[in-house]
Design a protein around this ligand. Structure first.
Ligand code: FAD
Length: 468
C-alpha cells in the first residue's frame, strides 16, 4: 500500500516506522525543516534544550516501549525519573498514597481526613464520567490552601483548572484506576461502539460491559483489593523516566530505525479523494496514495481534508480545546534543583526541573540546565515568578531561552471531543487529540497502537479474503 503520513512528530514518525516494517511504502510530509514536532531538542548557547520540560510515563510496558520493542533498531536509554515535589516554604513530596495524604505538610491537618475519606468513598461508591475535580473538592469545604493545591494539580493533569478537569483524570493520573478504563466512555462519546472496537481484543466483552454499567468504579470494585491496597500503601512513580540525550534521543531512535520511508519537508495544504486514491497537495507539489495517516492537529482537519466524514464533523473538530504553555530554560552555574525529579509551584502553576541532573552533557561543563514550564502564563509573569521564587536575576544567568508551545493537541478537559484513530478504512488520525490516556509522548504512542490495530483488522481481513 502507498501511505502518506501528514506530520513528522512522535505519532507521525511512530506510525511511519510501524507501517514501513509491516511492508508498506510510506512518505512523511513535515511542514518544518526538521522532524520531531514537540519531541525535539534545540542547541542554544551550548545547551541541549528540549521543547518543554518532559517526564516520559509508563516505561515498564507502555505503548511507546511496546512499539519501539517491536519496530525500532534499539531502545533509548531512560534514567529513573525520581519524585514529584511541591514547593511551599520547603520541598514536600506530592501525596499519592493514603499514608502520604495523611502526613503531608502541604495540606492543613483538618483537610487530610476529609480528603482521604472522600477518595475511599469514591473508590467504593464510584463516580460519573463528567464529574469534575471541583465536584470532589466543593462538598468537603476545604481550606483555600487545599483548593489551590488541587487547582494546580488539575492544570498539570489536564491543562485546565479544577472545574474543567474530569475526576477520572485525577484518578488515572494518580494511578488509582487503570488508564484503559476510560476508553469505553470516550469511545461512546465518539459514537464508536466500544463492543465493536479494537478494545474487545484487549479487554474482552464482559469487562467493557461492566465498566459501562458500573461507571468508573468497576475496575476498583472488581479488583478492589488491588486498587485500595495500592492507595493505602506507598506508591511511587517508578515507571517514569527521562531519556539520556534529551527527548531528541526518542526522535533519533525512530528516525534511525526508518529504512525506506521518505521524509519530505513540505506542508500538506489539501487532501481530496478521487475514486480509491487520495490526492495530497503540498507546498511543493501533488502526490497520490491509497491511505492517509493524519498526525497534524485534528483541529486543522476540516480545512485540509475535503473528505465527507471529516466535513460532517467539522464543528466538533473545530472546537477541540487545547492549552498553551510557556517554558523558560535557564542555564547557570548554580543548580536550583539538585535532585532527580521535579517540583510544582502553586501561585503561578509551574513545573520545574534540572534536566542536566539526568545527563550532564545537556549543559556545558560546570553548568546546569533548568526548565520551567508554566500553564497559560505570559513570558513576563513567568520570569517574575522564577525571579521571586528562586531569588535570581534572569538577566544575569548564563543562558535564557523562552518557548511558547501547545503541549498536546487536545487538553483532557470535561466535554472534550477526541477523534477516533479510524475515520474510515483508508483515512486514519493519530496524535494527542486521538487518545485521552496518559500524557504527551505516551498518549501519542497509544493512538498509534489503536490506529495499527484498526489498520491490521482491515488489511489482514482483506488479505485473507483475497487468499480464498
Ligand atoms: C511544555 C511541554 C511539556 C511537555 N511535557 C511532556 C511530558 O512531560 N511528557 C510527555 O510525554 N510529553 C510531554 N509533552 C508533549 C509531547 O512532547 C507531545 O505531546 C508529543 O510529542 C506530541 O506528538 P504528536 O505527534 O502528537 O504531535 P506534534 O509533536 O505536534 O507533531 C505534529 C507535527 O505535524 C506537523 N504539521 C502540522 N501541520 C502540518 C501540515 N499541514 N503538513 C505537514 N506537517 C504538519 C508539525 O510541524 C509537527 O511536527 C510536553 C510538551 C510541551 C510543549
Amino acid at each position: 500500500m502507498d501511505i502518506i503520513v501528514v506530520g513528522g512528530g512522535t505519532s507521525g514518525l511512530l506510525s511511519a516506522l510501524a507501517l514501513e516494517k509491516e511492508g508498506h511504502n510510506v512518505i512523511v510530509f513535515e511542514k518544518e525543516s526538521y522532524v520531531g514536532g514537540l519531541c525535539r531538542s534545540e542547541k542554544i548557547d551550548g545547551y541541549s534544550v528540549d521543547i518543554g520540560v518532559h517526564a516520559i510515563t509508563m516505561l515498564d510496558n507502555g505503548p511507546l516501549i511496546r512499539l519501539l520493542n517491536k519496530y525500532s533498531r534499539y531502545l533509548p536509554n531512560f534514567r529513573n525519573y525520581g519524585d514529584y515535589y511541591i514547593r511551599t516554604d520547603k520541598l514536600h513530596r506530592i501525596p499519592v498514597s493514603m499514608h502520604e495524604w495523611m502526613t503531608t505538610p502541604v495540606i492543613p491537618n483538618k483537610d487530610k481526613v476529609l480528603i482521604t475519606s472522600k477518595i475511599m468513598d469514591l473508590m467504593t461508591m464510584g463516580f460519573t464520567k463528567d464529574a469534575s475535580v471541583y465536584d470532589f473538592v466543593k462538598e468537603m469545604g476545604l481550606s483555600s490552601t487545599s483548593v489551590d493545591f488541587f487547582n494546580t494539580i488539575a492544570y498539570f493533569l489536564s491543562g485546565e483548572d479544577l472545574e474543567n478537569t474530569p475526576l477520572w483524570r485525577f484518578f488515572t493520573g494518580a494511578g488509582y484506576i487503570p488508564e484503559d478504563d476510560i476508553l469505553p466512555f470516550i469511545y461512546k462519546d465518539m459514537k464508536i461502539n466500544p463492543l465493536k472496537s479494537t478494545l474487545v481484543k484487549k479487554f474482552g466483552t464482559e469487562r467493557i460491559i461492566n465498566i459501562l454499567n458500573d461507571g468508573f468504579i468497576s475496575s476498583i470494585k472488581n479488583g478492589s483489593k488491588k486498587y485500595i491496597n495500592k492507595f493505602m500503601t506507598e506508591h511511587r512513580y517508578s515507571t517514569q523516566g527521562y531519556p539520556v540525550g534529551g527527548v531528541q534521543s526518542i526522535c533519533n531512535c525512530i528516525t534511525y530505525s526508518l529504512r525506506n520511508t521518505q521524509i519530505k519537508n513540505e506542508e500538506v495544504k489539501k487532501i481530496t479523494k478521487n475514486g480509491k486514491k487520495y490526492t495530497v497537495k503540498t507546498s511543493e507539489g501533488e502526490y497520490t496514495s491509497d491511505i492517509i495517516v493524519y498526525s497534524a492537529p485534528a483541529i486543522t482537519l476540516p480545512k485540509v481534508a475535503k473528505i465527507n466524514k471529516i466535513q460532517k464533523n467539522k464543528e466538533k473538530l473545530s472546537n477541540i480545546k487545547f492549552t498553551k504553555s510557556t517554558t523558560v530554560w535557564i542555564g547557570d552555574e548554580k543548580n536550583y534543583f539538585p535532585y532527580l525529579g521535579s517540583e510544582i509551584w502553586i501561585d503561578n502553576p509551574c513545573w520545574a526541573s534540572t534536566v542536566s541532573n539526568y545527563d550532564e552533557s545537556l549543559a556545558p561543563k560546570g553548568k546546569h540546565l533548568m526548565g520551567f514550564s508554566f500553564v497559560n502564563s505570559k513570558k513576563e509573569d513567568a520570569l517574575k515568578t522564577i525571579e521571586s521564587k528562586l531569588n535570581l536575576n534572569t538577566d544575569k544567568v548564563d543562558m535564557l531561552y523562552v518557548q511558547e508551545t501547545v503541549p498536546e493537541q487536545a487538553s483532557c478537559s470535561i466535554g472534550q471531543f477526541f477523534v477516533y484513530p479510524k475515520i474510515d478504512d483508508t483515512f486514519f488520525v493519530v496524535g494527542t487529540d486521538s487518545d485521552p490516556r496518559s500524557m504527551g509522548i505516551t498518549r501519542a504512542a497509544y493512538s498509534v497502537e489503536v490506529m495499527l490495530s484498526e489498520f491490521k483488522n482491515i488489511y489482514d481481513t482483506q488479505k485473507e479474503t483475497a487468499k480464498k
